[in-house]
Design a protein around this ligand. Structure first.
Ligand SMILES: [Mg+2]
Length: 457
């Protein structure tokens, strides 16, 4: 895993020290000796993780962190603060400034690498989501996220998994008011509870008599629904090996007993904030993809989706030597509907037609608005005879019941013409199949409309 790490410290010797160690692990390293310089680099270069000294003249690390986290262009870059003293108050202050993690000077090698690697991994995921969200919508990421930012004030729903009543009780007290907390004592049931509930973070303690808490963490990581759920481990002193192993397994953060309530709350907030940010990105990506393949007016799939999905259905039919038919349909004299009732009236007809079409095809059929008043239905496992029957049923259903148009609900008679084609195994390519449906539709039109023409071969 290669990544670009920015090391920020006002003492050049300290910068050099971290730089050498990171270079030895094949990270790319950028350096800065002041806050403003660090911010400048984050704004203009690709930075994956910032290692930030807290004590710096003029602008200290807290301030730098606050500025980075307050700017949509840099807020997703993970920041590890480096403090001189292992002071809980410093850690809490840093987490409140938005820091993602902490290291204490002198920096322990193993901790440095585990923390950096774990944050680089998370950053990679966030980058991927940001890229997909931005490119699919073809706008800047700041614009996309700026309009609907996740709500950071809402109290997070958290699951605590702890076998020992006394230990659980003290954590419940610490999080009172800061989290909507459920407690699970049985580790087996807890995995299911984590998957079923809408939790935003899971806290696991190492206080188990007979059960390995790391197994629990690895189970949570292996289930789809909990894969991206943040996990905070609460460990005892002297459990370093276990902590390192847990971070390797994908645990997001840890605290060592005795736990400070402020630090626990601040770390929880950091995890939840990051999860909400990534969930928000993921939702944007999904919505964007849906938008990209759906026709906004009718809710049917659009032509772009047809182009990509038809190939899948076609290849599958060919490989399994199964029948496949295509129905191409066009609303008759649609121009006169538009002329009489305006474009809104025309839209009403298109919407109602799409709804009736959807009702008359199966779930496995692919129904799309091909463009204008033209629609295509791809029917897997359907031979020419059945396809023609289905087409005839739809044609009759459209003719039988008048459409309702406009605010005053005027009834309008609508008819359609349909061309049907079916796959010929051997010579057919997708273009041939589509071409025959198109020719059949043309024939239906020129033979007087309101009819079905099938061209099997
Ligand atoms: Mg310093």
């Amino acid at each position: 895993m290669t990544a670009r790490i920015l090391v920020v410290d006002d003492v050049p010797a300290n910068v050099r020290l971290l730089e050498v160690r990171l270079l030895a692990e094949y990270f790319e390293v950028l350096t800065a000796t002041s806050g403003p310089e660090a911010i400048e680099i984050c704004e203009h270069d690709k930075v994956d993780v910032v290692l930030l000294d807290v004590m710096m003249p003029d602008m200290d690390g807290f301030e730098v962190c606050r500025i980075l986290k307050g700017d949509p262009a840099t807020e997703h870059i993970p920041v590890i603060m480096i403090t001189a003293l292992d002071q809980v108050s410093d850690r809490v202050r840093g987490l409140e400034a938005g820091a993602d993690d902490f290291l204490t000077k002198p920096v322990n090698d193993l901790q440095l690498m585990t923390r950096v690697r774990s944050l680089v991994r998370l950053k990679t995921l966030t980058d991927e989501l940001r890229l997909r969200a931005a490119t699919t919508r073809d706008i800047g990421i700041e614009e996309l996220l700026g309009s609907r930012h996740p709500n950071d004030d809402q109290i997070p729903k958290v699951l605590l998994i702890d076998e020992k009543e006394e230990s659980a009780r003290s954590i419940v007290q610490m999080l009172a008011g800061g989290a909507d907390l459920d407690v699970a004592a049985d580790p087996h049931a807890a995995v299911f509870q984590a998957a079923e509930g809408a939790y935003e973070c899971v806290i696991v303690t190492t206080e188990f008599e007979t059960f390995d808490p790391l197994r629990l963490c690895s189970q949570l990581r292996s289930i789809d629904r909990t894969r991206s759920l943040p996990i905070i481990l609460i460990a005892g002193e002297g459990e370093d090996a276990r902590i390192i192993r847990s971070l390797e397994l994908g645990v997001n953060d840890y605290l060592v007993r005795p736990v400070d309530a402020h630090e626990l709350l601040a770390r929880l907030r950091t995890q939840v904030r990051r999860k909400r940010y990534n969930d928000h990105l993921r939702t944007s990506v999904t919505e964007t993809i849906e938008m990209a393949v759906t026709d906004a007016l009718t809710g049917l799939h659009n032509r772009r989706y047809l182009d990509s999905h038809l190939k899948t259905l076609f290849d599958r039919a060919v490989a399994r030597r199964r029948p496949l038919s295509v129905m191409m349909t066009d609303l008759d004299r649609f121009k006169s509907i538009n002329d009489t009732f305006g474009h809104d009236g025309g839209d009403d007809v298109l919407r109602e037609f799409a709804a009736r079409l959807r009702k008359n095809v199966r779930g496995i059929d692919l129904a799309c608005r091909f463009g204008g008043e033209e629609f295509v239905v791809v029917m897997p496992d359907t031979d020419a005879a059945i396809a023609k029957m289905v087409a005839e049923r739809i044609r009759a259903e459209i003719e039988r019941t008048p459409f309702t148009v406009g605010a005053d609900g005027r009834a309008v008679n609508v008819t359609i013409s349909i061309g049907v084609s079916s796959l010929r195994h051997g010579p057919d390519r997708i273009e041939d199949l589509m071409k025959r449906a198109d020719v059949a539709l043309y024939e239906a039109k020129s033979n007087g409309r309101n009819r079905v023409v099938a061209r099997a071969a």
